[in-house]
Write a protein that binds this ligand. Structure first.
Ligand code: 5RP
Length: 217
């Protein structure tokens, strides 16, 4: 199976985790496949909260109502992909640059269902450069602080987040303690958030493999 077929398989499997009501929807190619599956059962839900402008557009294009998080209250479930995930359900996210809104919607959700093809499961996080969303005027200061933490930050060229900020992709980190590093990076002044999802990990991982979809929880 190709990587895209594995992403489609986990997107289909995630539909079993969709209750009636309002759900949270992530960003990226795997989340896009999920939106396409969600469209087939859209009558069962009241609508969705989007983690990015791109996801909002795709939901709307399928006729799925997009709702404001502030009026939605607590969500039963959030479905999203990941760039890397461990068996402890800690993730690196933000390859698509939507990490801040993804983290907000995940925080508001009782259950986080991560959908990923098998290549995303890793023993240790950090091979994928860690995205950090930064207020533009703090770019150099934050970069210097990230170097002190052992990383090599690189500006994501030509990219502005939905919140009007920049992304520094931090290379070369070997992340032994994701909860601690997530907290440390978030404490740097000028950082909006970072792509470690360890303090609020996934609850369920649907992993696409050539033998079928594995469920880890
Ligand atoms: C976007 C994300 C995505 O979930 C992550 O980049 C995985 O993307 P894809 O499903 O395209 O592999 O965090 O900000």
């Amino acid at each position: 199976m190709t990587q895209d077929e594995l992403k489609q398989a986990v997107a289909r499997a995630a539909i079993e985790h969709v209750p009636a009501g309002i759900i949270g929807v992530g960003t990226g190619s795997t989340a896009n496949y999920f939106i396409d599956e969600l469209a087939k059962i859209k009558g069962r839900i009241d609508g969705a909260v989007a983690s990015s402008e791109a996801t909002a557009q795709r939901l709307k294009s399928h006729g799925i109502p997009v709702l404001d998080l502030n009026s939605a209250g607590e969500l039963a479930v959030y479905v999203d992909g990941a760039d890397e995930i461990t068996k402890h359900m800690h993730m690196i996210k933000g390859g698509g640059g939507a990490l801040t809104r993804e983290k907000i919607v995940a925080a508001c959700s009782k259950k986080f269902v991560c959908i990923a093809d098998g290549s995303k499961l890793v023993g240790m996080l950090g091979n994928f450069p860690l995205p950090v969303e930064v207020v533009p005027m703090a770019q150099s200061y934050v970069a210097r602080e990230l170097v002190k933490l052992g990383g090599q930050p690189m500006l994501r060229q030509g990219f502005t987040t939905d919140n009007g900020n920049i992304i520094l992709d931090v290379h070369g980190l070997k992340i032994m303690n994701p909860v601690e590093l997530e907290t440390q990076i978030n404490q740097i002044t000028g950082v909006v958030t970072n792509g470690l999802f360890a303090r609020r990990p996934a609850d369920v991982l649907l992993l696409g493999t050539s033998e079928g979809v594995r469920t880890l929880q």
